[in-house]
Design a protein around this ligand. Structure first.
Ligand SMILES: *[C@@H]1O[C@H](CO)[C@@H](O)[C@H](O)[C@H]1NC(C)=O
Ligand SMILES: *[C@@H]1O[C@H](CO)[C@@H](O)[C@H](O)[C@H]1NC(C)=O
Length: 339
């Protein structure tokens, strides 16, 4: 009984383990951004598209003279990815001074965007640091509703701003889910007089100010007010646009954000436990089969030799009865022994 219970437990465990583990197996080419902050080790952190984020924060160590030594990274969950139309909004933690982004941690793993004239202290992540900005330099891409899919006029044209890798990988999701026309991103410099998107055109910031969706005809009157909380209510034409709703939804769901730290011991030993269980089940299964074979062979012998065995048994019974009868006979008189 115990053995069969154990066997079924192990079987179920193996089955569940296989399913649970399959959830951890990443499909090939899953878009990821590596965030490296040290020259002396490979403890880079990974940002995953569609990832849930969360986990412990991580502090940039002082071993490599990184410009942001001591700054906290990561820990933010996807649920807090949306901000408002105010630069500096959407930080799940680390806002000591609402009027500046300088000195703040990087909750999702990436740095905020930067705007000209050191707006809200954003020069600290300015173009002089493009070489090490997580995900690469800031780019822009046009998001135009594909006419066949949306049957809308041409003014449904939004723009997405963000680091190059986040933008490229999210673009795949925009094209797949929101049927945007297929345009490649270009480098974005907000200092240019003819820059496609200005600070005032941003509809919403995402991922602690590191990504934005904008519309060139939209003007946020409070955009340059550093202490403004911003708003999420947009003009009706945009708010009610299904194309905008799709872009907003896909941005919030797909944008790569930082994974929890990798030192989750359970998931590291899990493949070992799984393999061990697999072999244990295999051995127990073999033993069970062997026992079954022996039992069947024994049963077969018993059945085939049934008549012999029963005959033997009856013979033995007859003899035993005769013996008993002999034993119970009264002792013979002596004269019979000695005639
Ligand atoms: C802005 O102007 C420069 C110089 O005239 C030009 O090279 C560039 O392509 C323009 N950029 C945009 C986004 O129009
Ligand atoms: C900036 O925003 C704050 C907070 O919403 C508000 O109190 C203040 O009056 C605004 N300043 C200007 C110049 O609009």
């Amino acid at each position: 009984m115990f053995a069969s219970n154990l066997l079924s437990f192990l079987f179920l465990y193996g089955l569940i383990a296989r399913v649970a583990y399959a959830g951890r197996v990443h499909f090939d080419n899953k878009p990821q951004v590596r965030v490296t902050t040290s020259f002396v080790n490979f403890y880079a952190r990974i940002m995953d598209q569609w990832g849930d984020g969360g986990g412990k924060t991580w502090v940039i160590s002082s071993d490599s003279s990184h410009p942001f030594v001591g700054r906290q990274f990561g820990g933010a969950k996807r649920t807090s990815i949306r901000g408002t139309n105010a630069f500096g909004s959407g930080y799940p933690y680390g806002v000591n001074d609402a009027s500046t982004v300088a000195g703040r941690p990087f909750p999702f793993g990436v740095w905020p965007l930067w705007w000209p004239d050191d707006f809200m202290g954003s020069d600290e992540v300015g173009p002089h640091l493009d070489g090490i900005r997580p995900g690469g330099h800031i780019s822009i891409v046009e998001l135009k509703a594909n006419k066949e899919e949306w049957s809308k006029s041409n003014d449904e044209t939004f723009f997405a701003l963000g680091d190059s890798q986040s933008l490229l990988s999210t673009l795949v999701s925009y094209v797949t889910w929101c049927h945007t026309s297929r345009v490649w991103p270009v480098r974005f410099d907000p200092r240019l007089q003819n820059a496609t998107v200005k600070l005032e055109n941003v509809l919403r910031y995402y991922r602690a100010g590191s990504f934005a969706l904008a519309h060139p005809t939209y003007t946020n009157p409070s955009a340059r007010n550093a202490t403004s909380q911003g708003t999420t209510s947009l003009p009706d034409g945009i708010q009610n646009s299904r194309f905008w709703q799709c872009l907003d939804e896909i941005t919030a769901s797909a944008l790569p954000i930082m994974n929890p730290p990798p030192d989750n011991r359970f998931w590291r030993v899990f493949p070992l436990v799984y393999r061990f269980t697999y072999w244990l089940m295999f051995i127990i299964g073999c033993a069970a089969l062997y026992l079954l074979a022996i039992t069947i062979a024994k049963l077969r012998d018993i059945l085939w030799n049934c008549d012999l065995i029963v005959g033997d048994w009856m013979q033995a019974r007859r003899e035993s009865k005769a013996q008993t009868a002999r034993d119970q006979r009264p002792p013979s008189p002596e004269y019979e022994t000695y005639p």
